[in-house]
Design a protein around this ligand. Structure first.
Ligand code: CP
Ligand code: NVA
Length: 321
């Protein structure tokens, strides 16, 4: 696979390999990205994805270049409406760079980039998916519970990019995935069918309910994200009204496993989707997740850019030299 646009296109073995290579590179840094240029193109704000991933690439000896989408991809005063097609743009970028890491409003933009670039295109978040977050979250859960343990993970909040990728990766690893949201912001019937297919194929389970108290019952991990994602500012009031009973607070946590952990991809809106008491609790893993955004980026970039040179086996051999 040249690109990483979604979790769905990867098998569990390949996803675990990204994590294992990342662990190895974290413990024994190697300059696997020396002389490599990675272009960051971000249409939306970012802290963890931008800085955490740049830190990872820098640890591996790579060079990050930042393209401002407004001046590189668009030119507002252009009399023809579009300075250059996205296809032509990424074909040019492929002559100088070794990968594109991009955060976009529309998943279609990433698909068009990936289809036309000769270099890997890696999704830094789009409207539908956040695969790099899901990999870091899986690794965080494996650090807490062990790599073999099947865990009950409840996502309470919006049916969005973060929850979609989390449910995908959780089901691919056989976990018990649970979900709750208000009916107007729920998965489509097609998405639920897709989760059911993953359930059958990989042996996990998918439970969903509009009742958050039902969804968290006995869960070992309670996860939430912003109720209003970037790009949805125009429906902020409407969404906040619908989600008012979905806050992760002490009362909700009390319905979960007694030692339940709390997770959030961040940025968090304290007092809205989560209370201070929960996010600042000793069982909150949010900073582990944040650190792991850097750790897990290492295996992804090293594997996709050096493909097929870096496999787990070759990395161990490389470390042994
Ligand atoms: N979790 C996450 O992707 O954070 P940023 O939006 O700050 O990159
Ligand atoms: N769902 C959020 C995630 C931010 C990391 C958003 O898309 O804004």
């Amino acid at each position: 696979m040249k690109d990483l646009l979604t979790i769905g296109e990867y098998e569990p073995e390949q996803l675990q390999s990204f994590i294992n290579i990342s662990e190895s590179l974290q413990n024994t840094p190697q300059l696997l990205l020396a002389q490599k240029n990675i272009l960051f193109v971000f249409e939306k704000p970012s802290l963890r994805t931008k800085i955490g991933t740049e830190a990872a690439i820098t640890h591996l000896g790579g060079n990050v270049m930042h393209a401002d989408p407004k001046t590189v991809f668009e030119y507002e005063e252009d009399p023809f409406g579009c300075r250059e097609s996205l296809t032509d743009t990424v074909k040019n970028i492929s002559q100088w760079c070794d990968a594109i890491f991009s955060r976009v409003y529309k998943h279609e933009t990433l698909k068009e980039m990936a289809e036309n670039a000769d270099i890997p295109v890696i999704n830094a978040l789009c409207n539908l998916h956040h695969p790099m977050q899901a990999l870091a979250d899986l690794y965080t859960i494996q650090q807490e519970f062990g790599k073999e343990e099947k865990v009950s993970i409840a996502f309470i909040g919006d049916a969005n990019n973060v929850s979609f990728s989390l449910i995908e990766i959780g089901l691919k690893f056989g976990h018990d995935m649970r979900f709750s949201a208000p009916v107007d912001f729920y998965w489509s019937e097609e998405q639920i069918q897709y989760f059911k297919l993953l359930e059958v194929e990989y042996g996990g389970s998918f439970f969903h309910s509009e009742d958050p108290f039902e969804a968290v019952k006995g869960s070992q991990v309670i996860y939430t994200d912003a109720f209003v994602s970037m790009g949805e500012e125009d429906i902020l009031e409407e969404k906040l009204a619908h989600f008012k009973n979905y806050q992760v607070n002490r009362k909700l946590m009390n319905m979960a496993d007694t030692n339940a952990r709390f997770m959030h991809c961040l940025p968090a809106h304290r007092g809205i989707e989560v209370t201070d008491e929960v996010i600042d609790h000793a069982n909150s893993l949010v900073l582990n997740q944040s650190k792991n955004r850097m750790v897990v980026s290492k295996g992804v970039f090293a594997s996709l850019i050096n493909k097929p040179a870096v496999t787990e086996l070759e990395l161990y051999q490389y470390n042994g030299i």
